[in-house]
Design a protein around this ligand. Sequence first.
Ligand code: PHE
Length: 360
Amino acid sequence: MDPTANLIDPMNLAESLEALRTSTISKVAEVQDLDGLATVENEAVGRESPIAAARRGLGKMPNEDRSDAGRLINEVAKQIEAIVAMRRDELQAEAQEAAITAEAIDVTVDYAEIASGRLHVIQQVTDEVCDIFVGLGYHVAEGPEAELAWYNFDALNTPLAHPARLGMDTMYVDYGDDEDGMVLRSHTSPIQARYMETNEPPVYLVAPGKAYRNDTIDASHLPVFHQIEGLAVDESITFSDLKGTLAEFARQFFGSGTRVRMRPHFFPFTEPSAELDVSCFNCDGSGSSCRVCKGVGWLEMLGCGMVDPNVFEAVGYDPDAVTGFAFGMGVERLAMVRHGIDSIRHFVDNDVRFLNQFPG
Ligand code: PHE
Protein backbone atom coordinates (compact mmCIF):
# COMPACT_ATOMS: atom_id res chain seq x y z
CA MET A 1 0.00 0.00 0.00
CA ASP A 2 1.17 3.45 -0.79
CA PRO A 3 2.14 4.91 2.60
CA THR A 4 1.00 8.38 1.56
CA ALA A 5 -2.37 7.30 0.22
CA ASN A 6 -4.22 7.75 3.46
CA LEU A 7 -2.06 10.29 5.11
CA ILE A 8 -4.09 12.40 7.46
CA ASP A 9 -3.93 16.05 6.56
CA PRO A 10 -3.92 17.98 9.86
CA MET A 11 -5.35 20.98 8.05
CA ASN A 12 -8.23 18.90 6.82
CA LEU A 13 -8.56 16.44 9.66
CA ALA A 14 -12.27 15.54 9.52
CA GLU A 15 -12.27 15.00 5.79
CA SER A 16 -9.16 12.91 5.60
CA LEU A 17 -10.26 10.78 8.57
CA GLU A 18 -13.55 10.20 6.73
CA ALA A 19 -11.63 9.22 3.60
CA LEU A 20 -9.59 6.70 5.59
CA ARG A 21 -12.76 5.34 7.20
CA THR A 22 -14.61 4.75 3.92
CA SER A 23 -11.61 3.30 2.09
CA THR A 24 -10.93 0.96 5.02
CA ILE A 25 -14.59 -0.13 5.15
CA SER A 26 -14.50 -1.15 1.49
CA LYS A 27 -11.18 -2.98 1.91
CA VAL A 28 -12.53 -4.83 4.93
CA ALA A 29 -15.55 -5.89 2.91
CA GLU A 30 -13.37 -7.16 0.07
CA VAL A 31 -10.85 -9.06 2.12
CA GLN A 32 -11.38 -12.84 1.97
CA ASP A 33 -9.25 -14.31 4.75
CA LEU A 34 -8.06 -13.57 8.26
CA ASP A 35 -4.48 -12.79 7.22
CA GLY A 36 -5.70 -10.23 4.67
CA LEU A 37 -7.92 -8.69 7.31
CA ALA A 38 -5.01 -8.35 9.74
CA THR A 39 -3.04 -6.47 7.04
CA VAL A 40 -5.92 -4.08 6.35
CA GLU A 41 -6.34 -3.47 10.09
CA ASN A 42 -2.65 -2.87 10.57
CA GLU A 43 -2.53 -0.42 7.65
CA ALA A 44 -5.48 1.57 9.04
CA VAL A 45 -4.91 1.67 12.78
CA GLY A 46 -1.58 -0.11 13.47
CA ARG A 47 1.69 1.36 14.71
CA GLU A 48 2.76 2.63 11.26
CA SER A 49 -0.75 3.68 10.23
CA PRO A 50 -2.11 7.13 9.30
CA ILE A 51 -4.12 7.06 12.54
CA ALA A 52 -0.93 6.52 14.60
CA ALA A 53 0.80 9.31 12.61
CA ALA A 54 -2.13 11.64 13.22
CA ARG A 55 -1.98 10.93 16.96
CA ARG A 56 1.72 11.70 16.99
CA GLY A 57 0.92 14.94 15.13
CA LEU A 58 -1.47 16.08 17.89
CA GLY A 59 1.45 17.47 19.88
CA LYS A 60 2.21 20.00 17.19
CA MET A 61 -1.34 21.32 17.15
CA PRO A 62 -2.49 24.49 18.84
CA ASN A 63 -3.81 23.73 22.35
CA GLU A 64 -7.38 24.80 21.62
CA ASP A 65 -7.75 22.33 18.67
CA ARG A 66 -5.98 19.41 20.27
CA SER A 67 -8.75 17.75 22.26
CA ASP A 68 -11.37 17.96 19.49
CA ALA A 69 -8.86 16.55 17.03
CA GLY A 70 -7.92 13.76 19.48
CA ARG A 71 -11.57 12.83 20.04
CA LEU A 72 -12.19 12.72 16.30
CA ILE A 73 -9.18 10.47 15.68
CA ASN A 74 -10.19 8.09 18.48
CA GLU A 75 -13.77 7.90 17.22
CA VAL A 76 -12.72 6.94 13.70
CA ALA A 77 -10.14 4.49 15.03
CA LYS A 78 -12.84 2.83 17.17
CA GLN A 79 -15.26 2.59 14.26
CA ILE A 80 -12.59 0.99 12.09
CA GLU A 81 -11.72 -1.50 14.83
CA ALA A 82 -15.41 -2.36 15.33
CA ILE A 83 -15.83 -3.05 11.62
CA VAL A 84 -12.67 -5.16 11.53
CA ALA A 85 -13.92 -7.17 14.54
CA MET A 86 -17.26 -7.89 12.83
CA ARG A 87 -15.51 -9.00 9.65
CA ARG A 88 -13.15 -11.20 11.70
CA ASP A 89 -16.14 -13.00 13.26
CA GLU A 90 -17.60 -13.48 9.80
CA LEU A 91 -14.39 -14.87 8.32
CA GLN A 92 -13.85 -17.20 11.28
CA ALA A 93 -17.37 -18.59 10.89
CA GLU A 94 -16.77 -19.09 7.16
CA ALA A 95 -13.47 -20.88 7.81
CA GLN A 96 -15.13 -23.19 10.31
CA GLU A 97 -17.97 -23.92 7.93
CA ALA A 98 -15.48 -24.77 5.19
CA ALA A 99 -13.56 -27.09 7.52
CA ILE A 100 -16.74 -28.91 8.51
CA THR A 101 -17.69 -29.40 4.87
CA ALA A 102 -14.18 -30.53 3.93
CA GLU A 103 -13.96 -33.06 6.75
CA ALA A 104 -17.53 -34.35 6.53
CA ILE A 105 -18.06 -38.10 6.00
CA ASP A 106 -20.55 -39.01 3.34
CA VAL A 107 -22.42 -41.94 4.81
CA THR A 108 -24.03 -42.73 1.45
CA VAL A 109 -20.69 -43.46 -0.25
CA ASP A 110 -20.06 -47.14 -1.06
CA TYR A 111 -17.76 -48.78 1.48
CA ALA A 112 -15.48 -51.78 1.13
CA GLU A 113 -17.74 -54.60 2.24
CA ILE A 114 -16.40 -56.73 5.11
CA ALA A 115 -17.37 -60.33 4.56
CA SER A 116 -19.04 -61.67 7.69
CA GLY A 117 -18.83 -65.29 8.69
CA ARG A 118 -21.72 -67.66 9.24
CA LEU A 119 -22.44 -70.82 11.17
CA HIS A 120 -21.11 -74.03 9.63
CA VAL A 121 -23.85 -76.19 8.17
CA ILE A 122 -23.12 -78.81 10.88
CA GLN A 123 -23.77 -76.22 13.57
CA GLN A 124 -26.91 -75.09 11.77
CA VAL A 125 -28.29 -78.64 11.65
CA THR A 126 -27.32 -79.20 15.30
CA ASP A 127 -29.19 -76.06 16.36
CA GLU A 128 -32.20 -77.03 14.29
CA VAL A 129 -32.43 -80.54 15.79
CA CYS A 130 -32.00 -79.23 19.33
CA ASP A 131 -34.69 -76.59 18.69
CA ILE A 132 -37.14 -79.28 17.59
CA PHE A 133 -36.59 -81.24 20.81
CA VAL A 134 -36.67 -78.13 22.97
CA GLY A 135 -40.09 -77.57 21.40
CA LEU A 136 -41.07 -81.04 22.66
CA GLY A 137 -40.02 -80.15 26.21
CA TYR A 138 -36.43 -81.42 26.19
CA HIS A 139 -33.48 -79.42 27.38
CA VAL A 140 -29.89 -79.36 26.12
CA ALA A 141 -26.99 -80.97 28.02
CA GLU A 142 -23.30 -81.35 27.24
CA GLY A 143 -20.35 -83.45 28.36
CA PRO A 144 -16.56 -83.66 27.98
CA GLU A 145 -14.92 -84.90 24.77
CA ALA A 146 -12.04 -86.51 26.69
CA GLU A 147 -14.07 -88.98 28.71
CA LEU A 148 -13.42 -91.63 31.32
CA ALA A 149 -13.83 -95.08 29.84
CA TRP A 150 -16.26 -95.72 32.69
CA TYR A 151 -18.84 -93.31 31.22
CA ASN A 152 -18.07 -94.14 27.60
CA PHE A 153 -18.39 -97.92 28.15
CA ASP A 154 -18.89 -99.49 31.60
CA ALA A 155 -21.80 -97.34 32.75
CA LEU A 156 -23.38 -98.04 29.36
CA ASN A 157 -23.35 -101.80 29.86
CA THR A 158 -20.37 -102.27 27.56
CA PRO A 159 -18.04 -104.76 29.25
CA LEU A 160 -14.28 -104.85 28.74
CA ALA A 161 -14.62 -107.71 26.26
CA HIS A 162 -16.87 -105.73 23.91
CA PRO A 163 -15.21 -105.30 20.50
CA ALA A 164 -15.89 -101.57 20.50
CA ARG A 165 -13.53 -101.23 23.45
CA LEU A 166 -10.52 -102.41 21.46
CA GLY A 167 -8.16 -99.67 20.40
CA MET A 168 -9.24 -100.46 16.86
CA ASP A 169 -12.34 -98.26 17.16
CA THR A 170 -11.66 -96.03 20.11
CA MET A 171 -8.92 -93.45 20.52
CA TYR A 172 -7.35 -93.69 23.96
CA VAL A 173 -5.89 -90.70 25.73
CA ASP A 174 -2.71 -91.66 27.50
CA TYR A 175 -3.18 -90.13 30.89
CA GLY A 176 -5.31 -90.39 34.02
CA ASP A 177 -5.06 -92.61 37.08
CA ASP A 178 -8.33 -94.34 36.41
CA GLU A 179 -7.49 -98.00 35.85
CA ASP A 180 -9.95 -97.99 32.97
CA GLY A 181 -8.23 -95.06 31.31
CA MET A 182 -9.50 -92.13 29.38
CA VAL A 183 -10.75 -92.01 25.81
CA LEU A 184 -11.86 -89.49 23.25
CA ARG A 185 -15.53 -90.34 23.55
CA SER A 186 -16.63 -92.63 20.73
CA HIS A 187 -20.24 -91.43 20.96
CA THR A 188 -22.30 -88.86 22.87
CA SER A 189 -23.98 -91.59 24.95
CA PRO A 190 -21.69 -91.06 28.01
CA ILE A 191 -23.59 -87.79 28.52
CA GLN A 192 -26.61 -89.98 29.37
CA ALA A 193 -24.73 -91.64 32.22
CA ARG A 194 -23.15 -88.43 33.50
CA TYR A 195 -26.48 -86.68 33.53
CA MET A 196 -28.45 -89.44 35.27
CA GLU A 197 -25.72 -89.87 37.87
CA THR A 198 -26.22 -86.32 39.10
CA ASN A 199 -29.93 -85.70 38.32
CA GLU A 200 -33.07 -87.45 39.54
CA PRO A 201 -35.71 -88.59 37.03
CA PRO A 202 -37.67 -87.49 35.10
CA VAL A 203 -35.08 -86.74 32.38
CA TYR A 204 -35.74 -85.28 28.94
CA LEU A 205 -32.51 -84.20 27.30
CA VAL A 206 -30.72 -83.80 23.98
CA ALA A 207 -26.92 -83.64 24.03
CA PRO A 208 -25.00 -82.49 20.94
CA GLY A 209 -21.24 -82.82 20.56
CA LYS A 210 -18.21 -84.24 18.81
CA ALA A 211 -17.42 -87.96 18.76
CA TYR A 212 -14.13 -89.65 17.82
CA ARG A 213 -13.42 -92.99 16.17
CA ASN A 214 -10.33 -94.55 14.71
CA ASP A 215 -11.86 -94.65 11.24
CA THR A 216 -10.13 -94.17 7.93
CA ILE A 217 -11.53 -91.19 6.05
CA ASP A 218 -13.79 -92.08 3.15
CA ALA A 219 -17.00 -90.72 1.64
CA SER A 220 -19.01 -91.58 4.76
CA HIS A 221 -16.45 -91.65 7.61
CA LEU A 222 -14.47 -89.02 9.48
CA PRO A 223 -12.46 -89.72 12.64
CA VAL A 224 -14.11 -86.67 14.20
CA PHE A 225 -17.84 -86.26 13.64
CA HIS A 226 -20.91 -84.98 15.44
CA GLN A 227 -23.77 -86.67 17.19
CA ILE A 228 -26.89 -85.65 19.01
CA GLU A 229 -27.90 -87.88 21.88
CA GLY A 230 -31.44 -88.08 23.20
CA LEU A 231 -32.67 -89.48 26.51
CA ALA A 232 -36.10 -89.66 28.10
CA VAL A 233 -36.59 -91.32 31.49
CA ASP A 234 -39.85 -91.25 33.39
CA GLU A 235 -42.28 -93.50 35.21
CA SER A 236 -44.02 -95.22 32.31
CA ILE A 237 -42.16 -94.56 29.08
CA THR A 238 -42.81 -97.14 26.37
CA PHE A 239 -41.42 -98.11 23.00
CA SER A 240 -44.42 -96.33 21.38
CA ASP A 241 -43.26 -93.09 23.01
CA LEU A 242 -39.88 -93.63 21.39
CA LYS A 243 -41.36 -94.25 17.96
CA GLY A 244 -43.88 -91.40 18.24
CA THR A 245 -41.21 -88.95 19.38
CA LEU A 246 -38.83 -89.87 16.55
CA ALA A 247 -41.67 -89.79 14.00
CA GLU A 248 -42.55 -86.28 15.12
CA PHE A 249 -38.89 -85.27 14.89
CA ALA A 250 -38.62 -86.76 11.37
CA ARG A 251 -41.72 -84.85 10.22
CA GLN A 252 -40.40 -81.57 11.56
CA PHE A 253 -36.90 -82.08 10.16
CA PHE A 254 -37.61 -83.75 6.79
CA GLY A 255 -41.16 -82.61 6.04
CA SER A 256 -44.70 -83.36 7.21
CA GLY A 257 -45.20 -86.33 4.86
CA THR A 258 -42.20 -88.26 6.23
CA ARG A 259 -42.83 -91.83 7.46
CA VAL A 260 -40.58 -93.82 9.75
CA ARG A 261 -39.84 -97.52 10.19
CA MET A 262 -37.77 -99.41 12.73
CA ARG A 263 -35.47 -102.37 12.18
CA PRO A 264 -34.17 -104.54 15.03
CA HIS A 265 -30.56 -103.79 15.95
CA PHE A 266 -28.17 -104.20 18.86
CA PHE A 267 -26.65 -101.66 21.22
CA PRO A 268 -25.20 -102.70 24.58
CA PHE A 269 -27.03 -99.91 26.44
CA THR A 270 -30.53 -100.34 25.00
CA GLU A 271 -32.85 -103.34 25.00
CA PRO A 272 -34.66 -103.73 22.71
CA SER A 273 -32.62 -101.69 20.22
CA ALA A 274 -33.52 -100.50 16.75
CA GLU A 275 -32.39 -98.48 13.82
CA LEU A 276 -34.77 -95.88 12.53
CA ASP A 277 -35.25 -95.27 8.81
CA VAL A 278 -37.15 -92.35 7.32
CA SER A 279 -38.99 -92.49 4.00
CA CYS A 280 -36.86 -90.87 1.30
CA PHE A 281 -37.94 -87.26 0.95
CA ASN A 282 -36.69 -87.22 -2.64
CA CYS A 283 -38.76 -90.08 -4.11
CA ASP A 284 -41.30 -90.18 -1.27
CA GLY A 285 -40.35 -93.80 -0.55
CA SER A 286 -41.03 -95.13 -4.06
CA GLY A 287 -37.34 -95.78 -4.62
CA SER A 288 -37.65 -95.74 -8.41
CA SER A 289 -34.23 -94.68 -9.76
CA CYS A 290 -33.77 -92.29 -6.84
CA ARG A 291 -30.21 -91.01 -6.44
CA VAL A 292 -30.75 -90.03 -2.76
CA CYS A 293 -31.90 -93.43 -1.39
CA LYS A 294 -30.29 -95.44 -4.21
CA GLY A 295 -33.62 -97.06 -5.00
CA VAL A 296 -34.31 -98.32 -1.47
CA GLY A 297 -37.07 -95.82 -0.63
CA TRP A 298 -35.79 -95.51 2.94
CA LEU A 299 -32.88 -93.65 4.53
CA GLU A 300 -31.07 -94.99 7.56
CA MET A 301 -31.22 -92.28 10.19
CA LEU A 302 -30.23 -93.20 13.74
CA GLY A 303 -29.81 -95.79 16.49
CA CYS A 304 -32.22 -96.02 19.39
CA GLY A 305 -33.85 -98.27 21.96
CA MET A 306 -35.20 -98.65 25.48
CA VAL A 307 -32.61 -97.88 28.15
CA ASP A 308 -31.13 -101.16 29.44
CA PRO A 309 -31.87 -101.77 33.17
CA ASN A 310 -28.12 -102.30 33.72
CA VAL A 311 -27.54 -98.66 32.72
CA PHE A 312 -30.11 -97.48 35.29
CA GLU A 313 -28.33 -99.55 37.92
CA ALA A 314 -24.93 -98.16 36.99
CA VAL A 315 -26.10 -94.57 37.48
CA GLY A 316 -28.10 -95.27 40.66
CA TYR A 317 -31.66 -95.30 39.22
CA ASP A 318 -34.16 -97.98 40.26
CA PRO A 319 -34.90 -100.06 37.10
CA ASP A 320 -38.21 -101.13 38.63
CA ALA A 321 -39.34 -97.52 39.14
CA VAL A 322 -38.47 -95.93 35.78
CA THR A 323 -38.25 -96.76 32.11
CA GLY A 324 -36.79 -94.74 29.30
CA PHE A 325 -35.63 -94.53 25.74
CA ALA A 326 -32.46 -93.21 24.15
CA PHE A 327 -31.37 -92.36 20.65
CA GLY A 328 -28.25 -91.11 18.94
CA MET A 329 -27.98 -89.55 15.51
CA GLY A 330 -25.07 -88.45 13.35
CA VAL A 331 -25.30 -84.78 12.44
CA GLU A 332 -23.19 -85.16 9.27
CA ARG A 333 -25.54 -87.92 8.14
CA LEU A 334 -28.63 -85.74 8.76
CA ALA A 335 -27.06 -82.90 6.79
CA MET A 336 -25.98 -85.20 3.93
CA VAL A 337 -29.41 -86.72 3.60
CA ARG A 338 -31.25 -83.42 3.91
CA HIS A 339 -29.05 -81.60 1.37
CA GLY A 340 -28.07 -84.49 -0.93
CA ILE A 341 -24.36 -84.13 -0.09
CA ASP A 342 -22.35 -86.99 -1.63
CA SER A 343 -19.26 -87.02 0.60
CA ILE A 344 -18.75 -86.34 4.29
CA ARG A 345 -15.36 -84.83 3.39
CA HIS A 346 -17.06 -81.65 2.15
CA PHE A 347 -17.81 -80.67 5.75
CA VAL A 348 -14.12 -80.41 6.61
CA ASP A 349 -12.61 -79.30 3.29
CA ASN A 350 -13.23 -75.65 4.20
CA ASP A 351 -14.15 -74.79 0.62
CA VAL A 352 -16.23 -71.61 0.75
CA ARG A 353 -17.97 -72.57 -2.49
CA PHE A 354 -19.46 -75.47 -0.54
CA LEU A 355 -20.04 -73.62 2.72
CA ASN A 356 -21.68 -70.61 1.03
CA GLN A 357 -24.49 -72.88 -0.13
CA PHE A 358 -25.75 -72.96 3.47
CA PRO A 359 -26.31 -69.32 4.37
CA GLY A 360 -28.38 -70.29 7.39
N1 PHE B 1 -24.35 -94.40 20.69
C1 PHE B 1 -24.87 -95.10 19.54
C2 PHE B 1 -23.87 -94.97 18.39
O1 PHE B 1 -23.02 -94.11 18.45
C3 PHE B 1 -26.20 -94.55 19.12
C4 PHE B 1 -27.26 -94.83 20.13
C5 PHE B 1 -27.53 -93.88 21.10
C6 PHE B 1 -28.00 -95.99 20.08
C7 PHE B 1 -28.52 -94.10 22.05
C8 PHE B 1 -29.00 -96.23 21.01
C9 PHE B 1 -29.24 -95.29 21.96
O2 PHE B 1 -23.93 -95.68 17.42
